[in-house]
Each structure stands twice: as C-alpha cells, then as structure tokens.
Ligand binder design. Sequence first.
Ligand code: NAI
Length: 304
Amino acid sequence: NKITIIGAGNVGATAAHWAASKELGDIVLVDIAEGVPQGKALDLMEAAPVEGFDSIVIGTNNYEDTADSDVIVITAGLARKPGMTREDLVQMNSKIIASVTKEAVKYSPEAYIVVVTNPLDVMCKVALDASGFPKHRVMGQSGVLDSARFRTFIARELNISFEDVSAFVLGGHGDEMVPLVRYSYAGGIPIETLIPKDRLDAIVERTRKGGAEIVNLLKTGSAFFAPSSSTIQMVEAILKDKKRILPTAAYLEGEYGQDGIYLGVPAIIGGNGIEKIIEIELTEVEKQALQKSADMVRETSKAL
Ligand code: NAI
C-alpha cells in the first residue's frame, strides 16, 4: 500500500508516525516547505530499526513522488490560533485544498481521499469538487476525533478503561456538533444510567469545545496526536477493508434531511471508501441540533 500525506506539519507528520508504526504501507509526506517533509520522513524512517516497522517513508515537495497512492490524506493548510474560529480559516485553506487536491489526483486517479484540514466539512466539499472523484472516495475526519474525546471524558468520569466506552458524535466539526448521549455505552451499559445528568451535560459541553480547550492550552497551534490517530484509523479501515462503522464526514444527498453538504454521520468505511451511510432514528431535539450544525456548515461555506 502507498499512503500520501499532504502537509507535513503537526497533524501530517504525526499521522505518518501512527501509519508507520501500524505498518499500513509506504508513506509519502508532501509539503511546500523545502526540507521539512524530507527531514521529518527521514527522521521517522530512522526509527524503523528500533521500532521494527518496515515502511519506507519519504518526504518531498514534488507530487510525482506520490504517484499511485491508495489513500491521500490532506492536512495542508493553516491551523487555528487562539481566538480564531475554524470558520476564519475557510478562505485561506480552500485555495490550498483545491490546489493540492488537483495536483495529487493527477498522479493517483484511483485513490481515496481523507480530508483533515479545517473548516473540515467545507474543505471536504472543496476536495470533492477539485478531485472530480465520486463521493464515496472523498471523506473527512472529524467524528472519530470528536467521539474519541467524548469517550475519553466518559471513561475518566467513570474511572474505567477507555476501550470499554463506545460513543459517537454526529454533525459538523464545529461547536454545534451533536454528541449522541442516547447511543453511548460503557461496557454495553447506557451511559445515561451510569452518569448523572448534570455531569453528562458537562461532558457533552467539554466534547463540543474539545478542540478549543487544546488550542487555549497550547497557544501556538492546535491538537494533533488524537486528530492524526483518528485519521489513521479511517485510513486503516480503507486499506484493510475493515468495514468499520465510523462517524465520517460524508457528502449527503438526502440522508438526514440534508442535501449538498458534508456532515458527520455514521458510515461503513472499507475498501470502497464510504460503503454505506447509516441513518439512525433521531429524536426531535437531536434533529434540531443536527439541523443547527448543518446550518453552521452552510453558513461557513458562504465565506468561499
Ligand atoms: P501545521 O501548521 O502544523 O501544518 C500544516 C502544514 O501544511 C505546514 O507544514 C505547511 O507548510 C503545510 N502547507 C501549507 N500550504 C501547503 C500547500 N499548499 N501544500 C502543501 N503543504 C502546505 O498544522 P496542523 O496542526 O498540522 O493542522 C493542519 C490542519 O488540520 C489545520 O487546518 C487544522 O485546523 C486541521 N485540523 C483538523 C482536525 C480535524 O479533526 N479535522 C483536527 C486538528 C487539526
């Protein structure tokens, strides 16, 4: 397998690290900064003898080196600074996403694309249009991360293993995301029966603001360990045809009452990319929350 990661910054380089350590394939790191992808790739590959992975990792400024990739991960762009919303990024990043997508698909016309750059849902649409690919081959990472944050907070609240918590988040990758308490479990037990309502409300709120919490702590950048790990989980599901149900930013044409936008929904991710969008029953309150989140994505795309 061959994985191209565009943008060798915090998210891109750390994604390369997770992918190499899982031996998902050979990795090409691309960036406009000269020397940076080359240096990080070489540094990572030099860990191979110690860690025992056999992935070739190269860094480049040239898209020819990405030819025939199976998956293209797009992390190029600018990250949020304190006080900056994801929406502020829209104009700057859309130009970058359109140009890197066009370059990459020239050399890998059969690839699957996983977009990470923010504002996520809008950038997915930019990549879909720029690639000319069918919608099942262009998806975005947001929900795996948002759900991972939700799961982390639930596990810490209950002081139980992280692995035992399954939970997920619907909607756009913004403060209006919809953590679905009703579909969240710890060891198969509904969390609503384990955590008092006020504590759960606080966890939901913290999940929604999970990205900002880290931006405010770091001051000079945004989260990257969990975002890159979440991205590689999607890449792995595609490359290994795992058919995992993952919350995925998918292009909706009628599902969940939405049309013509990307939004986070549960989907089966496997060797054919987004193989199926799963529609679940929502309560009126959940529907309204999802609509609000969709409205936010539409509002952001107006900045294009
Ligand atoms: P970063 O600033 O560390 O890295 C971005 C890299 O992109 C830099 O190395 C830069 O040189 C490169 N770049 C810029 N223009 C380029 C171009 N035209 N071609 C190739 N490379 C180019 O930023 P970081 O922390 O890695 O974040 C990357 C993006 O991912 C941001 O937009 C951020 O908001 C987003 N993000 C999304 C998450 C999600 O859940 N979807 C979570 C975390 C970050």
